[in-house]
Design a protein around this ligand. Structure first.
Ligand SMILES: C[S@@+](CC[C@H](N)C(=O)[O-])C[C@H]1O[C@@H](n2cnc3c(N)ncnc32)[C@H](O)[C@@H]1O
Length: 265
């Protein structure tokens, strides 16, 4: 699925960077604000006595950075130059730095002892996730913590999953057509522009692939959390919609510790 022709993930995000920045704003879109950023910050476990340093891979326009404790040292990298530029403009903290880089390639960064790394809602937009995780390994110190937040790979597979209604049992349920096969799925980044929207590829992989890549990069998984939407429906379908929304999570968050740091890449 998903012909490779005409797609350049970073190029698509670059084309959509103004729209993405408007939709995220200073504090994030609805789900960033309500679920993703608070959850990621809690899992990172910042704010103890020790000064933290955070490496944010595929940082977009820097929404995570702006909500970290002010004394956190931070580097964010994104392949889309327009997003890295907006991240810089939106951030006044002199401890925070943004760069343009493909996070699956060696980073223009000498520091190899970050205490924390994060990849927020982005690993599924990265063509070679295993290489991004190896980069996290390279720049984290031993025992450093990595936090990933994903669109839940079991339930949110673009074009291959969706809500269905079972009228007889008055249930809304999640249909999943395909799951185990890796898939490159084209996605309109700016849906309201229809056919004129820039298109990026989403790279679907099953949950087991993430655990394998983390192990291969020297990480031990500390915890997995599944976060559901906090929205509620009104009206005649409210009961079944609210139930299904509570039962089927939107996001999967994973925290891992760097256990083995290899010298080679
Ligand atoms: C959905 S956005 C998420 C951005 C940010 N983490 C957030 O939560 O707003 C996905 C990001 O992945 C970036 N991206 C995709 N492939 C990349 C790569 N190989 N290297 C660096 N960034 C990449 C895109 O440019 C885009 O900013």
């Amino acid at each position: 699925m998903g012909s490779r022709k005409n797609f350049s993930p970073a190029g698509s995000w670059q084309k959509a960077h103004r729209w993405y920045d408007r939709s995220v704003g200073q504090f994030g879109n609805y789900y960033h604000q309500r679920i993703v950023i608070p959850g990621a910050i809690r899992l990172l476990g910042l704010g103890g006595g020790e000064a933290a340093s955070v490496l944010d891979l595929a940082c977009g326009q820097g929404v995570l950075a702006r909500q970290l404790p002010a004394n956190t040292d931070y580097f964010g990298f994104d392949a889309a130059a327009g997003l890295a530029d907006l991240a810089r403009r939106r951030n006044k903290n002199s401890r925070h730095h943004f760069g343009v880089a493909d996070v699956t390639q060696p980073l223009p960064l000498a520091k190899t002892d970050f205490s924390h790394a994060a990849i927020i809602l982005a690993l599924q937009n990265i063509e070679n996730p295993a290489k991004a995780l190896l980069n996290a390994q390279k720049h984290l110190r031993l025992s450093g913590r990595l936090v990933l937040v994903l669109n839940h790979p079991c339930f949110r597979i673009p074009r291959q999953s969706g809500w269905q209604i079972d009228p007889r049992n008055k249930l809304r349920y999640r249909r999943v057509n395909r799951y185990l096969s890796p898939m490159n799925i084209p996605l309109q980044i700016h849906p309201s522009r229809g056919q004129n929207s820039p298109v990026a590829l989403t790279f679907h992989h099953p949950l087991s692939a993430y655990s394998r890549w983390l192990r291969d990069a020297g990480f031990l998984i500390e915890g997995i959390e599944e976060w559901a939407s906090d929205k509620t429906s009104q009206g005649p379908a409210a009961r079944m919609e609210n139930l299904s929304r509570m039962e089927i999570p939107l996001f999967l968050a994973l925290s891992a510790r760097l256990d083995k740091k290899s010298q080679t890449r």
